[in-house]
Design a protein. Structure first.
Length: 435
């Protein structure tokens, strides 16, 4: 099977997409933090350039590290099972490459014009048992439309496996962690571990903002490329004044959505200039959801996330999320809560594209994988448009259709909701009508 055949929906990701892998110190040298941060930049590539580097693999190497993490998740991690998981993972996705150029100049660099347009920026936080590459189609589509996306690989023990590279030192493996893996007195509880992990994610998000500032302020070579242990970013010098950090959003999926909400607590400040956030399936078991958000948010549930009744700190999770979004909308003037119909928790990831029949059977999705992802991209672009221009477009123009999942507010609203939107969406909170 050719590389093109094994790529992630290569016919859907435009040729103008590039990626760049960065691994830099998490904190200042004075703090001596042992692990660097790892992130992938997805961005629109300069026209007509070719990459001299091989495509990034969808599963970071070594595959055995990720496989061991999955074995830990399944509670079957031992010397017999690990090779079986490694072989299965290699068989299913070992040949999949990310269909993007690698480390080529940013769009506009080919003209040499110092007044080239600036690109809005999104920081993305992955979910539990996921990594920075698991959302390549969604993030790549946004990047190809003129956004720079920084996807973090969290080293808080939530990623199946991450390889730490530090110059002049042996590579070190970071695997998925359980409470029992940590020495603590008193013993580590689930709640305390979630608190510690979210604090670690916060630090990684803020370090990412710092890195993006360094790049934008002309320190892309000295502060970033020269210290990057992954040897990419040679063209970052030309990124000076090309990032529109006045239009920064912080987004995430599942555990990452919980982390994004927490990071947004300090939004619209000098340290954190974020002006909004996209919150996809906010966690049901990743700790409390931060209500103190001073900027607009778009919350999107998959159908399975809205449909399944889950008690969340004494009340239904759906109701908690709906009321959180209503509160933010009341304070800042606009926020949305939607359900993407026919989808499941993994629908925003690449998994349904890579194993569509298996995922459809396992999760009960009815919306075709590519169509579902296109809707996630479309509504995200509508939200970005609102943040940039103050104009609600697409489904964001619509009034509330369902206060509760699956229950129309009234027959008149059912008749007035456009049929093409009704196929894909339920609107639970909208500034057009917050219920």
């Amino acid at each position: 099977m050719s590389k093109k055949q094994r790529g992630i929906c290569s016919v859907c990701l435009p040729a103008c997409l590039s990626v760049c892998l960065l691994s830099l110190s998490l904190s200042s040298p004075a703090q001596h933090h042992p692990d660097p941060i790892l992130l992938t930049l997805y961005y629109p590539a300069a026209k007509g350039v070719r990459s001299s580097k091989a495509r990034h693999p969808w599963v970071p190497r070594p595959i055995s590290l990720t496989a061991e993490g999955y074995a830990r998740i399944a509670h079957v991690d031992n010397l017999i099972v690990r090779p079986l998981f490694t072989f299965a993972l290699w068989l299913l996705v070992g040949g999949v490459g990310i269909p993007a150029k690698v480390d080529v100049p940013l769009l506009g660099a080919e003209s040499g014009d110092e007044d080239n347009e600036k690109f809005p920026v999104m920081i993305f936080s992955h979910g539990m048992a996921s990594s920075r590459t698991d959302y390549t189609h969604y993030l790549g589509q946004l990047a190809s439309r003129g956004y720079v996306v920084a996807a973090i690989e969290h080293r808080d023990g939530s990623c199946p496996g991450s390889l730490v590279k530090i110059k002049n030192k042996l590579d070190r493996r970071v695997l998925l962690l359980r409470e029992s893996d940590l020495e603590s007195d008193p013993p580590m509880t689930t709640a305390k571990m979630k608190e510690e992990q979210l604090a670690f994610r916060d630090a990684e998000i803020f370090r990412t903002i710092h890195i993006l500032r360094d790049i934008n302020e002309g320190r892309g070579f000295d502060s970033v490329f020269r210290h990057n242990t992954r040897s990419e970013g040679h063209a970052l010098t030309a990124w000076t004044n090309r990032l529109d950090l006045d239009h920064l959003t912080i987004s995430g999926h599942s555990y990452g959505a919980t982390g994004a909400l927490q990071a947004l607590k300090t939004a619209n400040t000098t340290a954190n200039p974020a002006i909004g956030g996209i919150i996809l399936d906010p966690g049901k078991s990743s700790g409390p959801l931060n209500h103190e958000v001073p900027v607009p948010i778009l919350v999107v549930h998959s159908s399975s996330w809205s449909r399944k009744h889950s008690i969340f700190f004494g009340r239904p999770h759906f109701d908690a999320v709906r009321d959180l979004v209503r509160g933010v909308a009341d304070r800042v003037g606009a926020s949305w809560f939607l359900t993407s119909l026919g989808t499941a928790h993994p629908s925003v990831t690449d998994a349904p594209l890579l194993q569509s029949l298996l995922l459809s059977w396992a999760t009960g999705t009815t919306m075709p994988a590519r169509e579902a992802l296109d809707e996630y991209v479309k509504v995200s672009l509508d939200f970005f448009n609102y943040l940039e221009r103050g104009e609600a477009t697409g489904v964001l123009r619509e009034e509330t259709t369902h206060d509760k999942y699956g229950k129309w507010v009234n027959d008149e609203r059912k008749k007035s909701f456009p049929e093409d939107m009704g196929k894909h969406w339920e609107v639970h909170v909208s500034p057009q009508h917050s219920g």
